[in-house]
Design a protein around this ligand. Structure first.
Ligand code: LYS
Length: 267
């Protein structure tokens, strides 16, 4: 009887720990059949690219990564470590690479290496349905939320000035959107697929996603490596194969419901 009770308590603890997911989530691929294993970091708060679902990291990036790693013949651990810590972890080589909807840009290229591009993105404004904001220029004088250290922050700083006190920076995009819903900010600027996904999946929240191709530029996501990583050539080859073979289109359709335009990626 007593043994049974202890077992039940231990089991309950185990279930509670396993279910807590969040920042400590980690998942492992493959059979361990003698393949090289790499450690990969992400910030799983950026649906539909990477987010937590029932204690697992899922999303477009996760499926794409899995296809690329299989193609490259690599096993991997994927860890949810958060956005700001991700950059330090790659630089300090605590992880071998990162995938997290990370935009390739010149500033980051000074410190990191990037794979060939795998996704084209731009920014969008998320705001309440009844907001007077109609385009990026309307953000002037408004309180605008961004995820700290993102290209969305840079885009807003370009519009409003880098020192502008009306730019509110958040640790991740989920909390930025929460603040919008709570009336703490008038708008959130984030990546277009993320803004569209949120509006589509949360009709009750009455938000609108606004595009503005005049003020928001196109950018590309890449996998991010420590400078000089010898994984890059292998991973680049695998990415190109996944895109050309149609596997990319399959994953894209699963998450976005339509065919991708891969011409810009293969240029
Ligand atoms: N693509 C943007 C950037 O690289 C936003 C990524 C945010 C991911 N959690 O800055």
């Amino acid at each position: 009887m007593k043994k049974g009770f202890v077992f039940a308590v231990v089991l309950a603890l185990f279930v509670a720990l396993a279910g807590c997911g969040g920042k400590t989530a980690e998942q492992t691929s493959g059979s361990g059949g003698g393949k090289q294993k790499v450690t990969i970091g992400t910030d799983a708060s950026f649906a539909p690219f990477e987010y937590m679902d029932k204690g697992k990291i899922v999303g477009f990036d996760v499926d794409f990564l899995d296809a690329v790693m299989k193609e490259a013949g690599l096993d991997y651990d994927l860890k949810n470590i958060g956005w700001d810590p991700l950059f330090a972890a790659v630089q300090g080589k605590e992880v071998d690479l990162a995938i997290s909807g990370i935009t390739i840009n010149d500033k980051r290229k000074q410190t990191y290496d990037f794979s060939v591009p795998y996704f084209e993105s731009t920014h969008m404004i998320l705001t309440k349905e009844d907001s007077p904001i109609k385009n990026a220029l309307d953000l002037k004088g408004k309180v605008v939320g961004v995820q700290n250290g993102t290209t969305g922050q840079a885009a807003v700083e370009k519009l409003l000035g880098a020192e502008n006190k009306n730019i509110k920076k958040f640790e991740n995009t989920v909390v930025a959107i929460m603040d919008l819903l709570n009336g703490g900010v008038d708008a959130v600027v984030t990546d277009n697929a993320v803004a569209n996904e949120y509006v589509k999946n949360n009709p009750d929240k009455k938000l609108r996603a606004i595009e503005d191709p005049t003020n928001f530029e196109s950018e590309f996501y890449g996998l991010m490596f420590p400078k000089g990583s010898d994984l890059k050539p292998k991973v680049d080859e695998a990415i190109k194969k996944v895109i050309k073979s149609g596997k990319y289109a399959e994953i894209y359709k699963k998450w976005f419901g339509n065919e991708p335009n891969v011409d810009n990626l293969l240029k």
